[in-house]
Design a protein around this ligand. Structure first.
Ligand code: C2E
Ligand code: CA
Length: 603
């Protein structure tokens, strides 16, 4: 906007007065854009520029750059609007020559070129400033974005770490381990490689947790984790939960590579650890699987490692076990068998055989041991050894044992009809059955329902069940003994039971394990056999002193029976007296079942 009022004022001084011009210039441009300076500062600036213009106008040769620099300085001083430029051009054109009293031959021409130069410098500076501003905005935006992205990445990394690490030990957790194992196995180019896994579990960690508290337990886990991380740094060590750790060994050359890792891990764990003032020494068990990547998958590999860990545990812990496909197949078959027990019970596939317990004094059948059998539709008749152990582990023994007990009581009750002195029935009780709170009620109910007198039921309990520190089983057995039920210790001599301890327990009979009797097989002159006989003899006399009767198991020959009788053993059980079979197949009780030479001479 050209305004005559602002720029066309008469000059205050007619000859060379840059101040007058500068003031007029300042007045002309003020208000055209925001200026970060006072009026005085503005005038000072413009006075300096006025002098530059005067110099430029008269310079010989004429120098365009001076005009351009003035234009640029105006922009730098924020006099940077189209209007500000317009007024500047106007005031210079109208007043510069006059206010400064400048005279030159070609002054008109020089003035035109000077104005053009100012406008050019001004336009360039303005463009550069805009570009700079755009650039700095762009840069600021980039920096802000980079910061935001970094923050996002940091928090993502934090979340990812939390999601893939165990908070107690900071070891990788199951999620990360599963990912890495899958990558080690599933990636197409890995097929030719071999891979190994060590599945590690601390032995008896629960005892530490229970006795010293969870805090000490956690500190122990941290110590174990640190040691494993330190010595197995190159391999992925993860905590799966509880006291379970797992080590991934990639690109193994052979099984031995993983065995070495397992041995190093066991050694690291077993170093004593000082934790919260307690010196703790722990051991671990490890299941090792090492195989070619091709043809395996993570789930199957981990399942194999888990089973193998259980082998190491079952063998007593503080060791490693190596996966064995044949053993695994056998285990699986056993598991399948135990899983089929409930259905087999519903279908009536179990039955009982009986084996007589015969008096060595007069040959009468004192009792019959009930031995369970399974008529399996595909596998034929199965002996208890192939399914009882697993049924005990899985707890299915409680149902199966309940059925045996009921069936034995039911059948034994019927024996009194055809026998004068009917034998008792002797039923094996598994540990779990004895520990079950409802045992007394179960037995009492059965006796009532079947009508079997209590003294015609004998319960066979293993030494370890009897030695358990729990009060409850002993209390239950005492109640049953008080009812008149006979309690026998089965396989006596194979455990740690001591005779003095038995004095305070509600036991009526010892069944001496077949191993002791086997020693009597040899000829009596054999010194080892003589020793066995002496041990048995003292056992029998001690038992008698405690008021217990003794039945010898596994009596296979007449010679053994005779020697047992001679040392005062009360009864015998074994093939010599009769193999397990249906109850009705066993001979009626009476002196005729003993060969004449066994009979005691008449008093
Ligand atoms: P056990 O209680 O020691 O039973 C005796 C085992 O020795 C029986 O094996 C029997 O057949 C065998 N036997 C008998 N006489 C002789 C002999 O002269 N020589 C030899 N070498 N062996 C003889 P079975 O029937 O296979 O039973 C094995 C084990 O299974 C039993 O050992 C018992 O511990 C367990 N069992 C059997 N039935 C049951 C049951 O109903 N419940 C529970 N919990 N366990 C049972
Ligand atoms: Ca038995």
């Amino acid at each position: 906007m050209a305004s005559g009022d602002s720029v066309g004022e008469p000059a205050a001084a007619s000859r060379s007065c840059p101040g007058t011009f500068a003031r007029a210039w300042a007045k002309a441009v003020s208000g055209t854009s925001y200026l970060p300076m006072t009026q005085v500062q503005l005038e000072t600036l413009l006075q300096r520029l006025t002098e530059r213009l005067a110099t430029g106008l008269l310079a010989e040769p004429f120098d365009l750059r001076i005009g351009q620099q003035v234009g640029a300085e105006l922009v730098a001083a924020h006099i940077a609007s189209a209007e500000g430029l317009g007024r500047t051009i106007e005031v210079i054109e109208l007043r510069l020559l006059r206010d400064l009293g400048l005279v030159a031959d070609d002054v008109e021409d020089r003035m035109a070129r000077l104005l053009a130069a100012v406008a050019t410098g001004y336009a360039r500076a303005l463009r550069d400033r805009t570009l700079d501003e755009q650039e700095s905005i762009r840069r600021a935006a980039m920096i802000a974005r980079a910061q935001a992205e970094r923050a996002l990445r940091d928090s993502e990394a934090r979340f990812r770490h939390q999601a893939t690490h165990d908070p107690v030990t900071d070891l990788p957790n199951r999620t990360l381990f599963t990912e890495r194992l899958a990558a080690a196995i599933d990636e197409p180019d890995r097929g030719a490689e071999r891979v190994g896994v060590c599945f590690l579990d601390l032995d008896r960690f629960k005892v530490i947790n229970d006795s010293l508290g969870h805090q000490v337990g956690d500190l122990l886990l941290v110590t174990v984790a640190d040691r494993l991380r330190r010595i197995l740094g190159e391999h992925l060590v993860a905590r799966l939960g509880g006291d379970e750790f797992v080590i991934l060994v990639q690109r193994t050359g052979c099984t031995d590579d993983v065995v070495k890792v397992a041995e190093a891990a066991l050694a690291a764990v077993s170093e004593p650890a000082l934790i919260a003032g307690h010196e703790l020494t722990v051991s671990a068990s490890i299941g090792i699987v090492e195989r070619q990547v091709a043809g395996t998958n993570p789930v199957e590999l981990m399942r194999a490692a888990d089973s193998t860990l259980h082998w190491a545990k079952a063998a007593g812990g503080a060791r490693w076990s190596l996966f064995d496909a044949d053993r695994n197949r056998r285990d699986l078959a056993r598991y399948a068998l135990s899983a089929a027990i409930p259905t087999a019970l519903d279908r009536g596939e179990f039955y009982l055989d009986y084996q007589p317990l015969t008096s060595l004094r007069d040959g009468t059948v004192l009792g019959m041991e009930a031995l369970v059998r399974w008529r399996h539709p595909e596998l034929g008749v199965l002996r208890p050894d192939s399914f009882i152990g697993l049924a005990e582990e899985t707890g299915l023994i409680v149902r199966l044992g309940g059925w045996v007990l009921a069936e034995a009581c039911r059948e034994a009750e019927s024996w009194s009809a055809d026998r004068a002195a009917a034998p008792f029935v002797s039923v094996n009780l598994a540990v779990r059955q004895v520990h079950r709170p409802g045992l007394v009620q179960e037995v009492r109910g059965l006796l009532q329902r079947t009508g079997l007198p209590p003294e015609r039921l004998q319960l066979e309990i293993t030494e370890s069940t009897m030695m358990s520190t729990a009060e409850e089983p002993v209390r239950a057995l005492r109640i049953l003994a008080d009812l008149g039920v006979r309690i026998a210790i089965d396989d006596f001599g194979t455990g740690y039971c001591n005779l003095a301890y038995l004095r305070d327990l509600p036991v009526t009979e010892l069944k001496v394990a077949g191993e002791f009797v086997a020693g009597l097989r040899a000829t009596p002159v054999d010194p080892a056999s003589r020793t066995d006989e002496r041990i048995l003899a003292s056992l029998v006399s001690l038992a008698h002193a405690l008021g217990l009767t003794v039945t010898a198991e596994g009596v296979e020959t007449a010679g053994q029976a005779e020697r047992l009788r001679a040392i005062g053993c009360d009864a015998g059980q074994g093939w010599h007296f009769g193999r397990p079979g249906p109850a009705r197949a066993h001979p009626r009780p009476g002196p005729l079942t003993l060969p004449p030479r066994w009979r005691r001479p008449p008093p």
